[in-house]
Design a protein around this ligand. Structure first.
Ligand SMILES: *Cc1c(COP(=O)(O)O)cnc(C)c1O
Length: 425
């Protein structure tokens, strides 16, 4: 799809007037700048904005705690004992899964470890992990320590798919070449859905097919993809996925994370895992010390370890209901492609030599984020943007990330951001 854009301010305002999702901005608290006006918040890829409904839903849980105490586990309006179940259906819709394939629990990196406990089972001949570079440091630490935990050396076991010299994103061909070369030694392929640094959207379906053909398990880190791009985890046949919900999912700092286990594994009670009581069959869960044998729930719930963290789950309920109300990821993605496409158009209009967008140009190879590589004095430029009321973020050594999101950003904000950037080039 191509759009005809104009750099005229009136055009930006017109796009907002025609935007069917425009009223969703009012559902969020917009942080204000020194002048008392909302900041141009392009950092939803780092921490999504607070849904106004979050306060009430958290207060409800505080009230239940105050009034019912231990009885709230079973008698609260939303019983705590099964609180995670309220997230199951909306989460499954969001990531393209069956309800029995998803569970909200823990934090992202913890879930990555838990999934690797099941899906990274290295042997002498098949012990390698293929991942992209640059990867988010937490993922790299998790992977390297898993390798060491199993008695292998990351120098031998870690295979990296990197951008070619002079390029910024990883080519699909190079991923497939790495699979051809190392495939029979690779135990696990772990890729981001959307790369945190460059904003590149990987072709998860193709990577999965190529990897599984060579007998490798496939995991995806959706930290920057969940709530950003449509996903079809079940149909793509990935083995597992993990994500956080404080970025595009607007569920608040440290909010409960998610995990996907494909049905063909989720129903398999024999799979090795690290277990806790909430992964156990509810029929015997409360017999506690009387039933020392762990019997996993035959669904993604079988990976749940602890009882649900109510205060970190409550805001996610209000946030996911906004996603549903907006019509789901397909509808949001249509606006997102237009919004980010408009930003790219405006940045190219100014034709600055001071910076270059390193995110892929094709809409199907990126999410909403554009990564702007600044050739000279990147930190100064970033500080000037901040002083002008723009909230985006800076990644060392020289990249400014700007992520206009379809739920709360406007075309006019994108226009103003591009104008501020142009004034400082
Ligand atoms: C944001 C992010 C994380 C953060 O991990 P937490 O466990 O939630 O602190 C990890 N990996 C990636 C790829 C991320 O983008």
């Amino acid at each position: 799809m191509t759009f005809r854009f104009s750099a005229d301010e009136k055009f930006a305002l017109q796009l907002d007037a025609e935007d069917p999702l425009r009223q969703f901005r009012e559902r969020f608290h917009l942080p204000l700048g020194k002048d008392g006006k909302p900041l141009i918040y392009l950092a939803g890829n780092s921490l999504g904005l607070m849904p106004k409904a979050a306060r009430k839903i958290v207060e409800q849980e505080l009230d239940d705690w105050a009034k019912l105490a231990v009885d709230a586990h079973l008698k609260a309006p939303t019983p705590w004992y099964s609180y995670h179940e309220t997230l199951r259906e909306p989460t499954a819709r969001l990531v393209g899964a069956k309800p029995n394939e998803v569970i909200c629990m823990n934090s992202l990196t913890v879930n990555l470890h838990l999934m690797m406990a099941t899906f990274y089972r290295p042997t002498k001949s098949r012990f390698k992990i293929l991942m992209e570079e640059p990867a988010f440091p937490s993922d790299t630490y998790a992977i390297k320590t898993q390798i060491v935990h199993h008695g292998f050396d990351p120098n031998d076991a870690l295979v990296l798919a990197r951008p070619r010299e002079g390029e910024f994103t990883v080519r699909q061909d190079d991923i497939e070449t790495a699979l051809e070369k190392h495939g029979d030694q690779i135990a696990l392929v772990l890729f981001a859905g959307v790369n945190f640094f460059t904003g590149q959207l990987f072709d998860i379906e193709r990577i999965t097919a190529a990897a599984q053909k060579r007998g490798c398990a496939v995991g995806v880190d959706l930290a920057h993809a969940a709530g950003n791009v449509p996903l079809a985890l079940h149909d793509w046949n990935v083995d597992f996925a993990v994500w956080c919900s404080y970025k595009y999912l607007n569920a608040g700092p440290g909010a409960v994370a998610g995990a996907f286990v494909h049905e063909r594994h989720a129903t398999n009670r024999e799979l090795p895992r690290l277990a806790g009581w909430f992964g156990n069959d509810p029929a015997t869960r409360f017999r506690l010390h009387l039933e020392p044998e762990f019997i996993p729930v035959p669904s993604a719930d079988g990976w749940q370890i602890s009882n649900p963290p109510i205060f970190s789950m409550a805001p996610l309920r209000s946030s996911l209901s906004i996603f549903d109300e907006a019509g789901g990821m397909k509808v949001l993605r249509a606006k997102s492609i237009k919004l980010t496409g408009y930003l790219q158009f405006l940045l190219e209009q100014t034709g600055s030599k001071r910076y270059a967008v390193v995110t892929p140009r094709e809409a199907d190879a990126r999410g909403c984020q554009l990564s702007i590589l600044v050739h000279e004095h990147p930190k100064e430029l970033f500080d000037k943007l901040a002083a002008a009321g723009v909230k985006c973020d800076f990644r060392e050594p020289n990249v400014i990330r700007a992520a206009p999101t379809p739920l709360f950003n406007t075309f006019h904000e994108v226009w103003r951001f591009a104008k501020i950037l142009a004034e400082h080039q």
